[in-house]
Design a protein around this ligand. Structure first.
Ligand SMILES: Nc1ncnc2c1ncn2[C@@H]1O[C@H](COP(=O)(O)OP(=O)(O)OP(=O)(O)O)[C@@H](O)[C@H]1O
Ligand SMILES: [Mg+2]
Length: 220
């Protein structure tokens, strides 16, 4: 069976031992996986693949975006396999929901704005933007000690723009050593033919801007 390409998102939280149907506690905590797809055949295929892996466990299956966000909130899985075109919630909705739920119980306030009439964004791009948003948020939670995290998605003059901003500690962009996070962001933006700009100042926060030339016609 050919499986659809999935958006894989890493959760910053660590697997809780109490999660899942693990009877005897394994030596190493297993990677908890949430599967969200409106096609039951695809879900079944993924479950059987994952169940064969000794170090992974499926902690939930969702048939639509809303269920996905609910399950995510309940279990905080390490990995989410998310189909971005599900009924009841699209990719933008999923990004919003995940940002809200990632910061649930933390002191970080989040804001999500859209500007202009958003075109239908190609599916691989939605997946890339979701990953980038999650990585920026994870970095903010890990390093910034910020109070606010703002996401702005806009479409104007054939440009799709995603801006992710925190008001935390900031860092010296020139001195930093990119980890997998910022490197991955750069690679994804390059792959989409866009531009990535990171501006950050100690004490003033961090702003990540992604600009993608896009004529509004879905290529997927
Ligand atoms: N929002 C932010 N606020 C403050 N510092 C940041 C922020 N984002 C990134 N940094 C700094 O830039 C460094 C590189 O980030 P990057 O995401 O590439 O790697 P990482 O988070 O250290 O590791 P990984 O993403 O592979 O888990 C971080 O270690 C951190 O010092
Ligand atoms: Mg990172």
């Amino acid at each position: 069976m050919k499986l659809k390409k999935k958006a894989v998102s890493k959760s910053p939280r660590i697997a809780k031992k109490s999660v899942g149907r693990v009877k005897s506690v394994p030596k190493k905590p297993r990677i908890t996986v949430l599967i969200a797809d409106d096609h039951s055949v695809v879900r079944e295929g993924l479950v059987s693949l994952i169940t064969r892996k000794a170090d992974m466990i499926v902690i939930g299956e969702a048939g639509n975006g809303r269920e996905a966000v609910d399950l995510w909130k309940r279990h905080h899985p390490n990995v989410t396999l998310l189909d971005l075109r599900m009924p009841e919630l699209d990719g933008v909705g999923a990004l919003k929901g995940i940002i809200k739920n990632t910061t649930f119980g933390t002191a970080l306030h989040t804001k999500f704005d859209t500007q202009g009439k958003l075109p239908e964004v190609p599916r691989p791009w939605q997946e890339n933007l979701l990953h980038i948003g999650q990585e920026a948020l994870t970095n903010t939670l890990k390093y910034a000690h910020a109070r606010n995290f703002e996401t702005r998605l806009s479409y104007k003059a054939r440009e799709l723009r995603l801006q992710l901003r925190d008001d935390g500690d900031g860092f010296k962009v020139k001195e930093r050593h990119d980890g997998a996070g910022l490197t991955g962001m750069r690679e994804r933006v390059e792959q989409m033919g866009g531009e990535l700009k990171i501006s950050s100042l100690r004490g003033k926060g961090t702003k990540i801007t992604i600009v993608l030339p896009f004529n509004g016609e879905s290529m997927s």
